[in-house]
Design a binder for this molecule. Structure first.
Ligand SMILES: Nc1ncnc2c1ncn2[C@@H]1O[C@H](COP(=O)(O)OP(=O)(O)O)[C@@H](O)[C@H]1O
Ligand SMILES: [Mg+2]
Length: 320
């Protein structure tokens, strides 16, 4: 049996909410007990509404945010408590593609220099070897050499994504976290960027964690999907099962909200009720109950644990 390349165990990331005189008056539980395994070579999708903790989870895996609890394992080694130097070495293998790669490129630097920088910092390649690697990766992401001499504002949004990817790939990572990789792109550009992700995964033997609120993207790209709601994974399983047989009321309502995907399979309308609760003041019991048409007293009393159903895992007292 293959073992996971990355494992997250009961991860918690809480942000302090401060009042007058900087007193701690509460906490936003951005990630609140998340567990999953990432198998080598797979594309694992993470979906959920804005603010549910997707980026915080990704950044905590990267070591950008510190967890308040739980464990992160990479290639059989616990990485969340490594001293800084050892952690930096691991970080080369784990890369995070920002939602807006334009923002991660220095506007005053030509593309060539932006691509050099990670190699200068993290590798001991000489100038000629760096140059060679950059050219081969630029070709892999489908950009001509001439782009090395352009500034970020001189290229399109789609091309900026390609440069952002090239920048990550220069370090030969093993796991890439793609955070909303297609948001803000035209639909036609989205399609070419997605097919680029597919071919790069093959070429560089990558494992992806794909974060998106766009269910269509997740459905076409991922072999496994986890649905997140206010800091917790409420349902996870093989993509087909999640889309064809959603069992958690939240997953069902997400799918129903996009008729062109979930429509024919979900016969009655199953819209989300109301707004998500304040993440700094979560409801008792199941955190979805305030918007759930099926909620009972039990849901207010007891937080449902994730349990296996079919090939999925579902955290609901009354799954379908
Ligand atoms: N650095 C931070 N300090 C305080 N609160 C934060 C910070 N980062 C994120 N949050 C809060 O954590 C929650 C989850 O945010 P985020 O992970 O960005 O969600 P998503 O990526 O799913 O949209 C939100 O309520 C957000 O306001
Ligand atoms: Mg986000």
């Amino acid at each position: 049996m293959t073992s996971p390349i990355l494992s997250v165990l009961d991860l918690k990331v809480h942000f302090a909410v401060r009042g007058p005189f900087n007193r701690r008056i509460g906490a936003i539980k951005a990630v609140d007990g998340v567990s999953f395994d990432l198998m080598p070579g797979e594309v694992f999708g993470l979906v959920g509404e804005s603010g549910c903790g997707k980026s915080t989870l990704g950044k905590t895996i990267m070591g950008i945010n510190q967890p308040n609890g739980g464990e992160i394992w990479f290639e059989g080694r616990q990485i969340d408590r490594l001293p800084p130097a050892a952690r930096r070495a691991v970080r080369k293998s784990l890369q995070y593609a920002y939602q807006d790669p334009g923002a991660s490129l220095d506007p005053r630097w030509k593309i060539g220099r932006s691509l050099q920088e990670p190699l200068v910092i993290h590798s001991d390649l000489d100038a000629a070897a760096r140059e060679q690697r950059i050219r081969s990766i630029l070709e892999a992401v489908g950009l001509p050499d001439t782009h090395l001499d352009l500034y970020p504002h001189e290229i399109s949004g789609g091309q900026q994504r390609r440069v952002g990817l090239a920048r990550i790939l220069t370090l030969h990572p093993k796991v890439v976290i793609l955070d909303e990789p297609t948001s803000g792109l035209d639909v036609s550009v989205q399609a070419t960027v997605l097919s680029l992700f597919r071919s790069l995964r093959q070429t560089f033997e990558l494992t992806y964690m794909l974060i998106s609120h766009d269910l269509a993207v997740v459905r076409t790209m991922c072999n496994r999907v986890a649905v997140m709601y206010l800091g917790r994974i409420v349902e996870a399983g093989p993509t087909e099962e999640i889309f064809d047989r959603p069992r958690h009321p939240y997953t069902r309502s997400l799918l129903a909200a996009i008729p062109k995907i979930g429509g024919p399979r979900i016969t009655r309308d199953f819209w989300l009720q109301g707004e998500p609760p304040d993440p700094g003041n979560l409801p008792s019991g199941c955190r979805f109950r305030t918007r759930c048409p099926k909620a009972t007293d039990l849901c207010a009393r007891e937080e449902p644990a994730a349990r296996p159903l079919g090939q999925s895992s579902v955290a609901c007292h009354f799954p379908d």
